[in-house]
Design a protein around this ligand. Structure first.
Ligand SMILES: Nc1ncnc2c1ncn2[C@@H]1O[C@H](COP(=O)(O)OP(=O)(O)OP(=O)(O)O)[C@@H](O)[C@H]1O
Length: 636
């Protein structure tokens, strides 16, 4: 190794001293040399002003409340939970000697699994602690985030003395666009001879989490898995593609890029036919959710449709789904027992007729899109196009071309003949921007200009065209708060908010019986009714997925009943659905038990200084359940 600076010498001296101290403890790694990536990371650590004997920070830089942290990383945690559980089970009796840690892209600890009580004494090991290099020096989590690749930090290689007794391996978890979403780490006490095995195990677990993230990110699109060998479908080695309704590639995982020998940026935006022979026929199979065979210039693959857009992912046996039900009227949507809501909808309809932009605010599944369609239908543009764009479902790189369209040859991979943007498609009619709160900031600026000037120019085209649209936007996010924190432009907020309508959550509505009857009719089962027991259960449940979730439950009930059953009751509920419904009944139910439960939770958290994993263990429930109970306590 070439030493040419004073700093190099200093680092080597620290390492030698560390080596002697660790050897004196009776643990000595086989080969003690300061590897190059470790030296670089130590240099960065010193650059942050850390010293080997630095203490843990007195307060974490990202001191978010745990439930807030959980909420803002919900998708990653939900997708990681089963894989983490599986890996913890696999580690089995080694669980006390090792620790699994999941951090988000800011290196903030989201979950810790395994480890005995001795590990807990370390203040560093808590949910909410930050493991960036800047805070804790060289470590597998923070260093993997800097280097963007799997990382091993051996015994003695951490920069901080108090962490040098650990050996760690970590693997980044990437989102469908290839951005690092988090890092998974396996930490062991003392030197380990199985570092490569740890990396392999983590790599497989990270791939499983990435697959779940991929599917969860494209809930409104088609997701297809493929592999040259059939038995590798549904494994960590599968290639994944997300496709829009025209069969265009919206996202590809790393393995899909490897199979096609292309960069992700080259693949995204390509029509399926540019990669796959006989694409139209294959895409028809994808749409029908069939497993099949793909022929490509890079070889043949087996494929399996993993996910269909929600509107079509329904059991074929439910009769009503053969054709799209008609859009209900505003009266039908509000229901007869919600007069205030109906008044608000009426006002919005009048506003829209006068060209006012309408902003629909409501939880996911509360009916925002259906209300937007009904408002359009009630307007003087009813016979003109209604164009819906889900700003959260389109990858950031595609949303601009999706909205504004492009001219032939505007960029590499552009479709021949160009593409008409959604804004132009809506000309003369209504544009519905769903999840507008998720629109990236640069695009907000462009949209603002379009709304001010009422003109649009496709990418690559110099000439602007007039744009005459009614605008309805919707979001489940608190836009005002987004404006306040700077992620949503204030001027755009006023542009889209001519009038705001708050859609009630299902648990706030007073028309459960009527709504169920409407949904059953829409599902082609108008002659079927619900027992009072079942209705009572529905009325007590919190319905986090609102009407969409209720619709799914009704579909399940219809699918499992015998054809002659005209009344649906508790007996028709599959046990897993019943468990879900019982687990989240609203808090008026069994008030005393709930209060007692909350007391026990508070006590357990206090006993463990806020460490949720430890409190969950004491209470004998999973961490996810504890979070849910904490959320319920806050929400009720
Ligand atoms: N009042 C209603 N009567 C009958 N069905 C409804 C009603 N409101 C919503 N639905 C149904 O519930 C489901 C979810 O509705 P919709 O997609 O409009 O919700 P959303 O708020 O836009 O959801 P997201 O925020 O996830 O986009 C749809 O299948 C819709 O048909």
């Amino acid at each position: 190794m070439h030493l040419n600076t004073k700093l190099d010498q200093e680092l080597t001296d620290i390492f030698r001293a560390r080596e002697m101290a660790l050897t004196a403890r009776g643990w000595c790694a086989k080969e003690f040399t300061l590897r190059e990536p470790i030296r670089a990371s130590w240099q960065r650590s010193m650059g942050y002003g850390l010293q080997p004997d630095s203490e843990p920070p007195s307060s974490e830089p990202q001191a978010l409340a745990v439930d807030e942290l959980y909420e803002s990383n919900r998708m990653l945690l939900d997708c990681a939970e089963p894989a983490l559980q599986h890996l913890t089970d696999r580690l089995g009796h080694h669980g006390n000697d090792s620790l699994l840690i999941l951090v988000n892209s800011q290196a903030t600890v989201l979950a810790i699994e395994g480890g005995g009580s001795k590990w807990r004494e370390l203040r560093d090991l808590q949910e909410g602690a930050c493991w960036s290099e800047a805070v804790r020096g060289t470590n597998a989590l923070g260093t993997a985030l800097v280097e963007g690749r799997p990382t091993m930090i051996g015994y003695g290689e951490h920069f901080l003395d108090r962490l040098s007794i650990f050996s760690c391996a970590s693997v980044p978890i990437r989102d469908p666009q290839g951005k690092i979403e988090g890092v998974l780490d396996l930490t062991r006490l003392g030197p380990t001879l199985q570092a490569q095995d740890s990396l392999l195990l983590l790599d497989m677990t990270a791939s499983q989490i990435e697959s779940r993230l991929f599917i969860a990110s494209f809930g409104q699109q088609y997701v297809v898995a493929f592999h040259p060998r059939r038995q590798y479908l549904d494994t960590a080695w599968q290639g994944l593609l997300a496709l829009d309704g025209d069969g265009r590639i919206l996202a590809a995982n790393q393995r899909a890029c490897d199979f096609f020998g292309m960069e992700r940026a080259q693949m995204v935006g390509l029509p399926g036919e540019s990669l796959i022979t006989g694409w139209q026929e294959r895409f028809e199979q994808v749409r029908r959710g069939i497993t099949g065979h793909l022929r490509t210039p890079r070889g043949d693959f087996f494929f399996k449709t993993l996910h269909l857009p929600e509107a079509v992912s329904v059991p074929v046996s439910v009769p009503s789904l053969r054709k799209e039900p008609a859009t209900p009227t505003l009266e039908g949507l509000a229901g007869s027992n919600n007069p205030r809501y109906l008044r608000e909808l009426d006002m919005a309809a009048r506003g829209l007729r006068h060209g006012l932009p309408i902003l629909l605010l409501g939880e996911t599944g509360s009916g925002k899109e259906l209300v937007a369609r009904a408002l359009h239908k009630g307007s003087d543009r009813a016979d003109k196009p209604f164009i819906a764009v889900n700003c959260a479902a389109i990858p950031e790189g595609l949303i601009e071309s999706e909205l504004f369209g492009y001219r032939d040859g505007a960029f590499t991979g552009a479709r021949r003949g160009g593409m008409t943007g959604r804004l132009q498609q809506a000309h003369g009619g209504t544009l519905f921007l769903d999840e507008v709160g998720d629109m990236p900031l640069p695009l907000q600026a462009r949209l603002l200009r379009v709304l001010q000037e009422r003109k649009v120019a496709p990418l690559g085209a110099g000439v602007e065209q007039d744009l005459d649209i009614n605008l309805i936007c919707a979001t489940h996010r608190p836009v005002r708060a987004l404006v306040f924190e700077g992620s949503f432009r204030e001027d755009l907020y006023y542009r889209i908010n001519g009038m705001a309508v708050h859609l009630p959550a299902l648990r706030e509505r007073k028309d459960m019986r009527e709504l169920c009857q409407t949904l059953l009719r829409r599902l082609g089962a108008g002659q079927v009714s619900l027992t009072d027991d079942l209705l009572g259960l529905f009325e007590r449940y919190r319905w986090p997925g609102n009407i969409r979730q209720l619709e799914m439950v009704l579909r399940t009930l219809l699918a499992v009943r015998a054809p002659e059953d005209r009344q649906l009751g508790l007996d028709h509920l599959p046990s897993s659905t019943l468990e879900d419904l019982l687990s989240e009944e609203v808090c008026e139910q069994d008030g005393n038990i709930r209060v007692r439960e909350q007391e026990m939770i508070r006590q357990a958290l206090a006993d463990h200084e806020g460490n949720v994993s430890a409190a969950a263990r004491t209470l004998g429930i999973s961490r996810a359940t504890l979070y849910r109970k904490l959320k319920q306590a806050g929400g009720c």
